[in-house]
Design a binder for this molecule. Structure first.
Ligand code: ADP
Length: 461
């Protein structure tokens, strides 16, 4: 039976309600997300309630696994958006008439402008959405960040339109992200979230520290609806991945855009971590441990045939117990070797990916070599003092970075094999891991987190 193979840490979903628990049992509602803590009791699990943090017993037959989302280009945060269609077309689509049935279209007469079309008392009313000072408005009194924000508002308030929006007319072929996320247990409730300080600035939105029902979390907020839609793919990929060296997705919140909720990595990104602490605090054993952590996370992606495309120390985060985890799957794609026009991080990208957009696990291995260089140089910028143009040309001509100061020769030779011009001559992450373990010598791989902290304080292991 499937339940037999469940391990501690597995996320699962309650199949029904259990409102009156006996002593030692957990109270839960249908659809609550629970984490398995212990499976040693026959027929039962000890589980932790993800929202309340309470622990207790549950009958193993009463839970099911939280499903991963399918990578589906039709999954939409705006299933009610029909693109460029005419007014009469919109009227046709809103038949049979039903009060509150609505859609949004792009105006044909005024390209770039949107129109909200709502069915009310057997007629369709068209509201022009005006773009003003980077915001959207219908009536010059209520302003919105984006269409998602606007639809959310008029679904709750009538405001100055004829009726509240009751039912989206979904564009044919689209699937509502909200419905799918909620069905699979990945949609979190904003009312349970307390936002704290801003802890980082991503390219597309700010990152905040927060608390989700007692659990410390990081929240990436994306306000632009087009970007949010693109990030939905990142999220979808993350629902499939569970590994100790990948930043774990807890779920998403849909409110005025997209909020991606992940575990909080209290020690921030690896570049800042190494730069701010330096050689006096972090020794080479710990550097190797970071290298091994990332290698294991990437080995897992490799086994899933996923390509990261943006592996760099800035995209590796450090947990409270100093375990490094790979983050930022924004560019992660299934290994289909398809060309794609994205802005490339030149200093980290393999030559064949730069020239021919050939991304593969082997181009990730190249980036991993650069990341190793960053780790052992304590967060220095790769190819110091070289312009991007120069890097591109010289690397193509066979130039490779020198070893960072005091870098163990064995580690530098790993960098060099990651930087083989021909992708197939580069090692797999699996092989790299073996070599790193050799490098780590007799350091036990099972060393616990206390040991990691011990290294900082110089107490050794
Ligand atoms: P970008 O969009 O530039 O790739 P991110 O949005 O992923 O970057 O993150 C920006 C910064 O926010 C990171 O460098 C890190 O310092 C911080 N950050 C992101 N996610 C987390 C997290 N889960 N825990 C702690 N800090 C985080």
């Amino acid at each position: 039976m499937a339940e037999m193979s469940w391990a501690a840490g597995t996320q699962c979903v309650a199949k029904g309600d259990h409102r009156k628990p006996k002593s030692g049992e957990l109270a839960y509602h249908k659809g609550d997300i629970l984490t398995i803590v212990d499976t040693s009791t026959k027929g039962c699990y000890v589980v932790k309630h993800n929202s309340t943090g309470e622990e207790g017993l549950i009958n193993s037959a009463n839970v099911r696994e939280r499903e991963a989302l399918r990578v589906d280009p039709n999954l939409s945060l705006m299933p009610w958006f029909h693109g460029k269609i005419s007014g009469p077309d919109a009227v046709c689509k809103l038949q049979p008439a039903e009060d509150g049935l609505f859609l949004v279209r792009e105006s044909i007469r005024h390209p770039g402008d949107y129109v909200l079309c709502v069915s009310v008392s057997g007629k369709v009313v068209h509201y022009r959405v005006i773009y003003k000072d980077n915001k959207l408005t219908i009536d010059n009194t209520q302003y919105f960040y984006n269409l998602i924000d606007m639809i959310e508002f008029f679904s709750k308030n009538k405001g100055s339109i004829a009726t509240t929006l009751l039912k989206p007319k979904q564009k044919q072929g689209t699937k509502s992200a909200e419905v799918e996320l909620s069905k699979t247990g990945w949609l979190l409730d904003i009312s349970n979230l307390t936002l704290g300080e801003n802890i980082g600035e991503g390219e597309f939105g700010a990152v905040y520290e927060g608390e989700y029902m007692g659990q410390r979390v990081a929240v990436k907020t994306i306000k632009c609806d087009v970007t949010a839609q693109a990030f939905l793919q990142e999220t979808t990929v993350m629902t499939k991945l569970q590994h100790k060296n990948l930043v774990r997705l807890l779920g998403v919140i849909l409110h005025k855009g997209l909020h991606i909720v992940t575990e909080l990595m209290t020690k921030g990104n690896l570049v800042n971590f190494l730069r701010t602490r330096g050689r006096s605090v972090v020794n080479s054993v710990q550097l190797l441990r970071f290298a091994l952590d990332v290698c294991e996370g990437m080995g897992y992606l490799e086994s899933k045939k996923l390509v990261h495309r943006d592996l760099a120390a800035r995209n590796v985060l450090v947990a409270d117990d100093s375990v490094a985890k790979v983050s930022d799957f924004g560019l992660t794609k299934l290994d289909l070797k398809e060309p794609d026009n994205v802005k490339l991080p030149i200093k980290w990208t393999a030559p064949e990916a730069l020239k021919k957009e050939k991304f593969s696990t082997k181009s990730d291995v190249w980036s991993y070599g650069v990341l190793l260089w960053e780790i052992f140089s304590y967060g220095r910028q790769p190819y110091p003092k070289m312009s991007l143009k120069e890097v591109k040309e010289r690397v193509e001509g066979g130039y490779r970075m020198e070893a960072p100061e005091d870098c163990p020769p064995g580690v530098y030779s790993l960098m060099r094999i990651c930087w083989k011009q021909e992708p197939r001559r580069r090692p797999t992450f699996h092989k790299l891991r073996e070599k790193l373990e050799q490098e780590t010598g007799d350091l036990s791989l099972d060393t616990g987190s206390e040991c990691r902290e011990g290294i900082w304080s110089g107490s050794g292991c």
